[in-house]
Each structure stands twice: as structure tokens, then as C-alpha cells.
Design a protein around this ligand. Structure first.
Ligand code: SF4
Length: 281
């Protein structure tokens, strides 16, 4: 990075993230330029104060969380899974929602960017005590830009309503990957890893009391395990740098196919309600 660019960023009040090990190596000026470029995305440049999205502001339902300093993402490996890598766009520091949303919207970190109609960032209350995480957008979500629409989304809304929650008031809903996997296949592990810094940034901003993973794939990707859903349901897990409590339950699409499991789902919902409200199980 040139001295002039550094001065410009400093005037904007923007921190420049530089990998410690590379900086310590203190190579040539060209090497330092390359390193700085790799960890300061243009999309992360946002000196604006915390903002509330227009729709949320209009409803008055969302109280934005205070700005949270989110650590820069690790230097993730190049993605070479089922989708070819388009570009290894780096992720830098996200001080607030606006730069995070901009980074997701422009993201080309994994091959899923090539087939998406649009990214599906997530929706809901940004101070929610409960965060729901699914595996990835489907066709309806890819078309609308919103997570969990269609029949499965309707059932999810009903499940949440049964414990006094809604995405309008006190739930934030997101996915492990922000772009639709082609033909609704499961997101690959490397795609989930490429997208993980965005989810972790969302969690750092929201600071939920509880994360609920919907379905086997979301749970396995979040918990980095290949254990079956039957083992993952029930016990309390923890996720991410903040070790946020995490429970696993059925995906609503599965419940639509297997309505007999709804009784078990209700047990899970009661457990979710108890944990959010601090009620002993
Ligand atoms: S799935 Fe995530 S990492 Fe991959 S292109 Fe979309 S936003 Fe980027």
C-alpha cells in the first residue's frame, strides 16, 4: 500500500489490517503493498456511523446493536470445491452492518457467486437474542434475496411464533452460505468455510444468547463434524470465537416431509425457549 493511500485511509479513520507474520517479515515495498491489499477490501471501507436499514427504521421494530469491533477474518485458503473459485476476495474488518452487507453483496470468495442471482444476507432483528442458521438459500431465496421464504419459511415462522418469537421482532435468520448452491445441493465444506467470516461477523454484531442450527447440514458445517443429526440434537453446543450457545433442531423442510417428527421438534422449541429465558430444563 502506498504512503498516500495509507494517509487517505487514516483521514477516513479506517484501520489497515496487516497480517502480523507477513508484516514482521518486512519484505520489499511491493510485498508489503500486496499484503495490505489482501486484507483491506474496498467494501470494508465505510467510515459511516452505525445505521438502521430503512425498512427496519420504518417499522421501529429493530434497535441496532452498538458497533462491535470484529476481528479480521483469517487468511482463508483458496476454495477449490465443487464450485470453482472465481476470485479469492479477502475479508477485512467489519465495524458495522453497512460494510459487512456491502462485502457480502460483492463477494466472490467461492464458486457459488457464479450461479447466484443475488446474495442472501439474512434478515431480522439486529439485537435478537435468538439467531437461526440454515444451510443455504434455495431457489425462492435466491430470487427474493431473503432467507426462508416459501413453505419451509412459513413453517419456520409458525415454529418461532409458538415460542413467542418472530423475525420481525426478536430473531435474526441467516444461512451458513449466502449464495444458493446449484440445484439446491448441500453447501460444500470449503464453501461454508469461505463464507464463515460473514456469519461470524453477523454473530459478533448481534451477540445472540442462542444460535439454533436448522438441519443436519447446517449443524455439521457450523460444528465442523460429520455426526448425524440424531447425535447433534439435544446437547448444548458452542460456536465460534465467542462460544455462543448453540442448539440443533430439524429443518422445517424436513418437517414438511416428515410431519411425525413435529413432536420432537416441539421438544426442541421448548428447550430453545427455556434457554433464551433462563428457565432450567
Ligand atoms: S457463498 Fe459466501 S463466500 Fe461464497 S460467494 Fe457467496 S457470499 Fe461469498
Amino acid at each position: 500500500m502506498t504512503a498516500a493511500r495509507k494517509r487517505r485511509l487514516a483521514r477516513l479513520g479506517i484501520d489497515v489490517w496487516v497480517q502480523r507474520d507477513v508484516a514482521a517479515a518486512a519484505g520489499t515495498a511491493a510485498e508489503r503493498d500486496a499484503t495490505a491489499t489482501a486484507v483491506v477490501p474496498e467494501t470494508a471501507v465505510a467510515p459511516n456511523p452505525p445505521t438502521r436499514p430503512p425498512a427496519a427504521a420504518a417499522s421501529g421494530a429493530v434497535v441496532p446493536a452498538p458497533p462491535v469491533a470484529v476481528a479480521p477474518a483469517p487468511d482463508l485458503p483458496t476454495v477449490a470445491g465443487p464450485g470453482a473459485v472465481i476470485a479469492a476476495a479477502p475479508i477485512g474488518a467489519f465495524g458495522d452492518w453497512a460494510p459487512l452487507e456491502a462485502a457480502v453483496a460483492a463477494c466472490t470468495r467461492c464458486g457459488l457467486c457464479a450461479t447466484r442471482t443475488q446474495t442472501v444476507f439474512g434478515t431480522g432483528a439486529r439485537d435478537a437474542p435468538l439467531m437461526i442458521v440454515g444451510e443455504g438459500p434455495g431457489a425462492d431465496e435466491d430470487a427474493s434475496g431473503l432467507p426462508f421464504v416459501g413453505r419451509a419459511g412459513k413453517l419456520l415462522d409458525e415454529m418461532l411464533a409458538s415460542i413467542g418469537h418472530s423475525r420481525e421482532r426478536n430473531v435474526f435468520i441467516a444461512n451458513v452460505v449466502k449464495c444458493r448452491p446449484p440445484a439446491n445441493r448441500d453447501p460444500a465444506t470449503d464453501e461454508a468455510e469461505a463464507c464463515r467470516p460473514y456469519l461470524e461477523a453477523q454473530i459478533a454484531l448481534i451477540q445472540p444468547k442462542l444460535i439454533v442450527a436448522l438441519g443436519r447440514i447446517a449443524a455439521q458445517r457450523l460444528l465442523a463434524t460429520d455426526q448425524p443429526l440424531a447425535r447433534l440434537r439435544g446437547p448444548l453446543h458452542h460456536y465460534g470465537p465467542g462460544q455462543t450457545p448453540l442448539l440443533v433442531t430439524y429443518h422445517p423442510a424436513y418437517l414438511l416431509r416428515s410431519p411425525r417428527e413435529k413432536a420432537k421438534s416441539w421438544q426442541d422449541l421448548k428447550g430453545i425457549w427455556q434457554r433464551i429465558n433462563g428457565v432450567p430444563g
